[in-house]
Design a protein around this ligand. Structure first.
Ligand SMILES: [Cu+2]
Length: 252
């Protein structure tokens, strides 16, 4: 076979494959069905290069009227309103590929861990397998939070699947109450974790220009959607302490 014939055949093969390559890139995954593009949670958001996310909240005053604690360990593990502190701000963040997110820790008892999920993964999809019911971040009356301070739910097993139905995180039951059982700890596919064994330091000044909480940075080199969770079982499994980072721009 002459070299010109080889080139001709190679060119034909590449051309024949292109439509399939294009489809896979368009959907973000070759496994997606036709509806996934419509549900892409990463669309329509303007990316910045680098950004910051506040991880948790430092309480300085009672979190609400009684039964929220009015004195003592406000926001601590015995405060029925502590769930109000367990969220990321913002919950959804979008950066350009290659950009860095700096997570600043506020308040106590946090650890950070992260996995990649499909682009159509919604907050509700994840939250309903952690604690079924209303998103705790929208609840102001602690009596309406289905899993509030529930050790049964926090210590139970939870299997987290993404929007495509792929299992992303298998949270084992907390049997020993020692590392790694006592945290959300699942290594397959995990991109990072910080705060195992010893929780992160939330500093003494609330979120703002002078805040002094511990900083955790991660530079996102691949497009996609990333699930960022607290490793504290009570925070994430009871109170939905998780958020998403969307990485867009450039090639997938
Ligand atoms: Cu936490």
């Amino acid at each position: 076979m002459g070299s010109s014939t080889k080139h001709l055949l190679l060119g034909f093969t590449v051309a024949a494959l292109l439509p399939f390559v294009g489809l896979a890139e368009h959907d973000g995954s070759s496994q997606h069905d036709g509806s996934s593009q419509h549900d892409d949670q990463t669309h329509g958001k303007a990316p910045s290069k680098d950004t910051t996310v506040d991880f948790g909240v430092l309480p300085l005053a009672p979190l609400g009227p009684a039964p929220c604690l009015q004195t003592g360990a406000i926001g601590g593990p015995a405060d029925p309103c502590a769930f109000m502190l367990h969220h990321l701000t913002p919950e959804e963040t979008t950066i350009a590929k290659g950009g860095q997110v700096t997570f600043q820790v506020h308040g106590g008892g946090h650890g950070i861990t992260m996995w990649s999920v499909s682009k159509d993964t919604t907050r509700d999809k994840i939250g309903q397998v952690l604690c079924p019911g209303t998103d705790p971040n929208t609840i102001t009356n602690p009596a309406l939070h289905n899993c509030n301070l529930s050790t049964t739910n926090a210590n139970g097993a939870h299997i987290i699947a993404d929007g495509d139905g792929e299992v992303v995180v298998v949270v084992s039951a907390n049997v020993t109450n020692a590392h790694p059982d006592n945290r959300v700890w699942f290594e397959p596919g995990r991109l990072m974790s910080a705060g195992g064994q010893q929780f992160l330091n939330g500093g003494t000044i609330p979120a703002g220009a002078t805040s002094n909480g511990q900083l955790i940075t991660y530079r996102f080199l691949k497009n996609g959607r990333y699930l960022v969770m607290c490793m504290n079982r009570t925070h994430s499994l009871n109170d939905w302490m998780f958020g998403f980072v969307n990485v867009v721009g450039g090639d997938d």
